[in-house]
Design a protein around this ligand. Structure first.
Ligand SMILES: NC(=O)c1ccc[n+]([C@@H]2O[C@H](COP(=O)([O-])OP(=O)(O)OC[C@H]3O[C@@H](n4cnc5c(N)ncnc54)[C@H](O)[C@@H]3O)[C@@H](O)[C@H]2O)c1
Length: 381
């Protein structure tokens, strides 16, 4: 078993998910490579105690990420910090020669993402990927296998989205994810946007232009001390894209939705693909199932296919058992380490988001901001 020694920068919500996934690695009996967490960094070191309890291999705990990057023990870094820090932290990580799984949006804006891409171009020996876990859900893998088999025929229309209600309470105190300075002009697109883009972009469905409608629904929020302050980030975004299928050159409409205020949703990731030969739809609300519409020449029959735990990377969990968020995180990490170790993903849709796919998301979100400002359709260039 090959070991890759990791440092974690950012010991918040997502840092915890990686530490837990690494501790659960025996769940993946066929992996030939495993992560070992040897260093931790956060400006606030209080959460480090929990990490040290579950990661006995940690030998360094620091509040300055540059000390972690200077540690020769660390071969790879997981970075999960606020968006305003992505450019500096990711560029420094890449230039230190350490592999990187970075959290989206990979730069607070397009300029920041360009800086990260320049560092990647300078260091071709460093493996860099962006996090996005939902496509690793077995039912989504089934849908993606259908894309690989060209089961849909010509694509008629695609809709994908990530909807939650984390901000539905107008009295929820403001935090960095609702502040322009830390979250950026993209608002909910920076926070949620990569998630619905991952499968379409990997499929080669590339937005050529976009008409975006962005909403700032809750414009004021209390601070922790109760004072009400402006909340200027976009809560919800709907992006209508004329999209080219790079395999056929044909165009079709694609709608991408990212919403922080979606009544009735807690954390719903979904994708609907309509094609001339067959169609399919998936939502995390029905995590085990994918609906498939086959045409038999006479009738159009929606079938519900129950997938269970048929993961891309074999798991010790029984095949009939249901899948969850932390399972998707574990599978995504398997995807990152497999690709790092073997030099290619296990299969097309079992790899993390590439820097090229992230760069396309930045071109799309930047065009979406222009579209919102001018109320016109904007080219994604
Ligand atoms: N893949 C997903 O599903 C998913 C979900 C949530 C968040 N995210 C992404 O993960 C990243 C982090 O989000 P989170 O929810 O974990 O946030 P969080 O606020 O829970 O954690 C961020 C951590 O970064 C630390 N930090 C801030 N400044 C720092 C500095 N200068 N040096 C070191 N540490 C510093 C904070 O103290 C905090 O512990 C963001 O990019 C976000 O978009 C991804």
């Amino acid at each position: 078993m090959k070991t890759v020694r990791f440092g974690i920068i950012g010991l918040g919500l997502m840092g915890r998910e990686f530490a837990s996934a690494a501790a659960r690695w025996p769940h993946l009996p066929e992996m030939e490579v495993r992560p070992e967490i040897v260093a931790l960094c956060d400006q606030n070191l209080k959460p480090a105690e929990w990490f040290q309890r579950i990661c006995p291999t940690v030998g360094q705990v620091v509040s300055d990420y540059r000390e972690l990057l200077a540690n020769p023990e660390v071969e790879a870094v997981y970075c999960a910090v606020p968006h305003n820090l992505h450019a500096q932290f990711y560029c420094d990580t890449i230039r230190s020669g350490k592999h990187l799984l970075g959290e989206k949006p990979f730069g607070i804006d397009r300029k920041a993402n360009d800086l990260i891409n320049a560092a990647i171009a300078e260091c071709p020996e460093v493996f860099v990927r962006c996090s996005s876990q939902f496509p690793f859900t077995p039912a989504v893998q089934h849908l993606c296998d259908r894309i690989d088999r060209d089961a849909f025929g010509e694509i008629i229309e695609v809709e994908a989205g990530f909807l939650h209600s984390s901000d539905i309470n107008p009295d929820k105190p403001i935090n960095w994810k609702r502040m322009l300075e830390f979250n950026g002009e993209y608002g909910c697109m920076g926070d949620l946007g990569m998630h619905p883009c991952h499968v379409p972009f990997r499929a080669g469905w590339l937005p050529a232009n976009v008409r975006a409608v962005l909403s700032n629904i809750v414009r004021e929020r209390p601070t922790a001390s109760g004072e009400r302050v402006a909340c200027e980030t976009w809560d919800n975004a709907t992006l209508f894209c004329e999209t080219t299928d790079s395999a056929t050159g044909r165009t079709f409409p694609m709608t991408l939705k990212m919403q922080r205020i979606a009544p009735g949703e807690t954390n719903t990731w979904y994708i609907d693909v309509l094609g001339t030969r067959s169609s399919a739809r998936f939502s995390t609300k029905n995590i085990n199932t994918v609906e498939v519409l086959e045409y038999d020449g006479r009738q159009q029959n929606w079938q519900i296919v129950d997938i269970g735990h048929a993961t891309a990377f074999k798991s010790v969990t029984g095949g009939i058992f249901e899948f969850g968020f932390s399972d998707a995180i574990l599978q995504m990490w398997a995807g990152f380490l497999y690709e790092l170790h073997h030099g290619k993903p296990l299969k097309r849709f079992a790899g993390c988001v590439t820097p090229e796919e992230v760069a396309l998301s930045h071109r799309l979100f930047t065009a979406a901001l222009r579209s919102q400002a001018s109320a016109t359709t904007e080219r994604v260039d």
